[in-house]
Write a protein of this length. Structure first.
Length: 255
């Protein structure tokens, strides 16, 4: 039976850890860990967070491979502290657990054939599960994409029934930005693909969702975006179409 090294003690002020550009420890929002919450779990017993739904890009596969190599070196060096995951018991399957966040770390540990992971195990509600995932996997990233943020805003609004004003206040958005991201989350996949590659069209696409309902008109606007017509000119076209129809309710995104 493989002996699992114990977690290392934190580095002192005079001992700085070796820099690793491919890895960044997630920030947590949880209280200090009582000894009773700490244990070791086999990676095969840990399932993903059930709210882990947003799409990753091809770049993450490259990052994951780098993490596998990094974690393999750490494991061989006995530095298990870097593997610690936050998990909750899986109430639907006895003896199994669900990771709250850190899915790339878990995937890397499985690929590196780590027999056991140090884990903080706590009973966490679905509400807390979703909030911790969004904060640590999206909102605290250095530069989360507008499409990723839009997906998380929609999750909070749909799953937790948060108002857009609450989301804006909780995560430091302006109300207008929260509304824009919510509209963006409703855009068809072909529009979101363009926004992912060309973020300068973000507000234009949100505006299209807000005021252009006719499918034929949306196809026409999508073609303009694909032709890389300047966002300002596309916006003018959108407003021209808006003036042809009777709008109802408040104009969420200003002109």
């Amino acid at each position: 039976m493989t002996k699992v090294p114990k977690p290392n003690k934190p580095h002192s002020d005079s001992e700085q850890p070796e820099a690793e550009p491919v890895y960044q420890q997630e920030q947590t929002l949880i209280a200090p860990v009582p000894r009773s919450d700490f244990s070791y779990l086999a990676p095969a017993l840990i399932d993903p967070n059930p709210f882990y739904r947003y799409h990753r890009t091809e770049l993450d596969e490259e990052r994951c491979q780098s993490l596998v190599e990094y974690f393999t070196r750490l494991f061989k060096a006995g530095k298990m502290r870097e593997f610690t995951v936050l998990a909750r018991p899986n109430n639907e399957q006895s003896g199994r657990y669900q990771a709250v966040y850190g899915h790339l770390r878990l995937k890397a540990a499985q690929a590196a054939r780590v027999p056991q992971l140090p884990a903080i195990v706590r009973p966490i509600s679905d509400n807390e599960m979703l909030q911790l995932l969004l904060v640590n996997e999206t909102f605290k990233r250095a530069e989360p994409s507008n499409v990723a943020l839009a997906g998380q805003v929609r999750l909070l609004h749909k799953e937790l029934h948060w108002s857009l004003e609450t989301i804006a206040r909780q995560y430091g958005f302006s109300k207008a930005r929260a509304h824009m991201l919510h509209l963006l989350s409703k855009a068809p996949p072909e529009f979101l693909e363009e926004v992912n590659h060309h973020p300068e069209y973000t507000t234009v696409v949100a505006r299209i969702v807000a005021v252009v309902a006719e499918e034929e008109q949306r196809v026409e606007l999508l073609e303009l975006i694909r032709q890389k017509v300047a966002p300002g000119l596309v916006r003018q076209k959108v407003e021209a179409l808006r003036r042809k129809v009777t709008t109802k309710g408040t104009d969420i995104i200003g002109q």
